[in-house]
Write a new protein. Structure first.
Length: 303
């Protein structure tokens, strides 16, 4: 019985080498996205709805502050009528001046006390430093209405008449925690050997603090100052419980005016306060970057 061997066709080239098969062109297939790579459509929809509910009312206030007629529902033409009425109102201008004064005093006072407290907490080698750090976080998590009521009861119990001075004291006390938390991390990141080297070269402890430590903390101090100014200027709860009859901070004056009906002038005031707060917060975020960039340029130039 003979076995027939199947022969395969010879695909060899004339020179004896096997011929290459032509490559078959296939359409590129898109890689399948994994579960973590897919766009979370539901989360995006919830985020969009959240920002819409948050910013649409603010946009309505800004829009109707430029309304030419005294209406809060129908917009007619663009006009600066209500901004002119605001600057012509002596009571609102007086409240604006008081808010600026309180913000400046609270900013300076909280910075002086906050920087000293942050330095003491970081440089302290006892258990008091960690305990003080926990105590400084309490005002940040305490409801502001509780702080306002406590401040009012304290002033009333000590027989102090509510006035501009009580608002300043309350705002300074409330703002110290923010300054301390902002500067504490920055101070902890500084190398203490630089200050010790300055004292080895003949500088006193105060000179080392003034010439070495404080310049290194300057970006954080300025950022904290701008942030505190914005927070105090917009604060209502603490100012409401600690202010006197007259003059009143601008936020309290606006609340008193709203109780008798919302006027278009209030929209103009709110728009100006919103623009000022956004500008101050943007400045507070930009100051560390500007100082860091300039510091890097100084290092490159050898200064």
């Amino acid at each position: 019985m003979t076995v027939r061997q199947a022969t395969r066709p010879d695909h060899s080239a004339p020179d004896g080498k096997p011929a290459e098969r032509p490559a078959t062109s296939r359409p590129p297939t898109k890689p399948r996205r994994r579960g973590t790579d897919r766009r979370p459509r539901f989360a995006m929809a919830v985020t969009a709805a959240f920002f819409a509910l948050l910013y649409i009312p603010i946009g309505v206030v800004v829009l109707f502050s430029f309304n030419s007629q005294k209406s809060l529902t129908v917009f007619k033409d663009f006009s600066l009528r209500w901004y002119k009425d605001f600057f012509a109102d002596d009571a609102l201008i007086e409240s604006l001046g008081m808010s600026l004064q309180v913000s400046l005093v609270a900013m300076v006072g909280s910075l002086v006390l906050g920087v000293a407290l942050a330095l003491g907490m970081v440089r302290s080698r006892s258990r008091f430093g960690s305990l003080a750090g926990l105590i400084m976080l309490v005002p940040l998590i305490t409801p502001e209405i509780v702080t306002g009521v406590a401040a009012m009861l304290l002033f009333k119990g000590m027989g102090i008449t509510l006035s501009t001075g009580t608002v300043m004291l309350a705002e300074i006390t409330f703002s110290i925690s923010y300054v301390t938390v902002i500067l504490r991390s920055r101070i902890a990141a500084l190398n203490p050997e630089v200050e010790e080297a300055a004292m080895d070269l003949g500088a006193t402890r105060w000179q080392a603090l003034r010439l070495v430590t404080l310049p290194a903390l300057l970006p954080s101090i300025l950022a904290a100052a701008v942030l505190i100014f914005a927070l105090v200027f917009d604060d209502f709860v603490l100012a409401y419980f600690t202010t006197g009859v007259d003059p009143q901070p601008l936020s309290v004056r606006i609340y008193s005016a709203i109780r008798f009906g919302v006027q278009p002038t209030i929209n103009a005031v709110g728009t100006l306060m919103l623009a000022g707060s956004i500008g101050l917060i943007a400045l507070a975020l930009a100051i560390p970057r500007l100082f860091g960039r300039r510091g890097g340029l100084d290092l490159l130039s050898g200064k």
